[in-house]
Design a protein around this ligand. Sequence first.
Ligand SMILES: Cc1cc2nc3c(=O)[nH]c(=O)nc-3n(C[C@H](O)[C@H](O)[C@H](O)COP(=O)(O)OP(=O)(O)OC[C@H]3O[C@@H](n4cnc5c(N)ncnc54)[C@H](O)[C@@H]3O)c2cc1C
Length: 386
Amino acid sequence: MAAQPHVVIIGAGTLGICSAAALTAEGATVTVLDAQSIASGSSGRSVGVVGSQLTDPFEILLRVHSLRLLRQWEALGLGFNHIGYLRLARTAEQMELFARSVRIQEEAGLRSRVYGASELQQLVPHMSTDGLEGGLFGPDDGFLDPHEMCTFLAERVRAAGGTVHQFRRLLDVARRDGGYVLQTDKGAIECDVVINAAGAWAPAIARMFGQTLHVRPERHEAMLIHLDEPLGYTMPMVMDLVNGEGTGLNFRHESRTELITEIHKVDSLAPEDPDAYNDQCEEASKVMLAELLLERVPELPGARLGRGWAGLYPVTADHRPFVGPIDPSEPTLVTAAGAGGYGIQLAPVIGMLAADWVLKGAPVSIPGAEILAPTPDRNIASGGHA
Ligand SMILES: Cc1cc2nc3c(=O)[nH]c(=O)nc-3n(C[C@H](O)[C@H](O)[C@H](O)COP(=O)(O)OP(=O)(O)OC[C@H]3O[C@@H](n4cnc5c(N)ncnc54)[C@H](O)[C@@H]3O)c2cc1C
């Protein structure tokens, strides 16, 4: 491979753009292609929450790296709303996992604290604590606008000499000596390396290279809640789900008189066609969201359902992203896809690891990150539970 290879990245969602940013920072020549506009896929339909209030040490470690990068970008002008993230616990066992999470996060330099049920109203005065043991709260977590994140990073890619093409679709691929000829709807592009960061479309891109990639597009919905008056405090991100247990209800501040809410479903959903799915929130989902919200925060002033929408989680069988080559004998074809419901918060670290694979042949920045490669034991059809 050339010392500074020409890398083409398919997809200008968070994973593709973060991969491009990591590669241009290392001096690689990068071209990003998107069939539509920047962040027009799942990234632009997400609710943009970023946080590290988890219990699995490796999952926390990944977010430590993402948060470090996001902090650097924030210092350069990226908006990041630090509203805090509260994960709710229903059992004593979950509280023990939370206490361990605090220790892991503290060692990594992140602030986090366990709250007992009687303390939760300090964070969310409107919260009903029925059925709760307590929560895990990270005051520095929050949300960002994924459109803004992608356009901010695309500008940095361009400033570093990279190219970001919108409305340029990959149609077909031919291998040539030491690289690829990519046929697009606006002419051919030659390159040394390809990163497949096409989200829900990543399996279709893999097929163009004669490979099989198991990423399952699952439909998820979100909705705005309008309030008659400001709450008088900032609603943090509140999540009722610990390792697949809980309702999956979550909600957060959007503006002084608006919340965003969704249900992070844990049951596997039927796969959708990314080019033909219902991108609106269904009435039944709105009713279910409203009922769950009424139970958890019953006295919200004049809460009314607002606009809803749906998008796709690109999901893998084990609910961890794919970063690395499918075929180790073809290291010039790297996958960065399958981030499920976490592709905003994981995108910075996935981009960093994808760049490692391209430039160093292994994910050297994080010990143990080779487990994210789409090896035959992981790259399998899914259908089970989260
Ligand atoms: C309702 C909802 C809420 C969510 N909330 C959160 C959250 O709070 N926090 C979080 O971390 N994650 C969240 N997610 C998940 C997150 O949005 C995704 O994991 C993430 O956006 C995936 O990014 P991506 O770059 O892999 O894919 P995408 O953003 O879909 O990007 C793939 C791109 O590839 C392009 N493409 C496809 N085919 C071609 C082709 N042939 N040629 C060129 N380009 C092509 C597409 O146009 C698209 O822009 C949420 C998702 C949904 C649906």
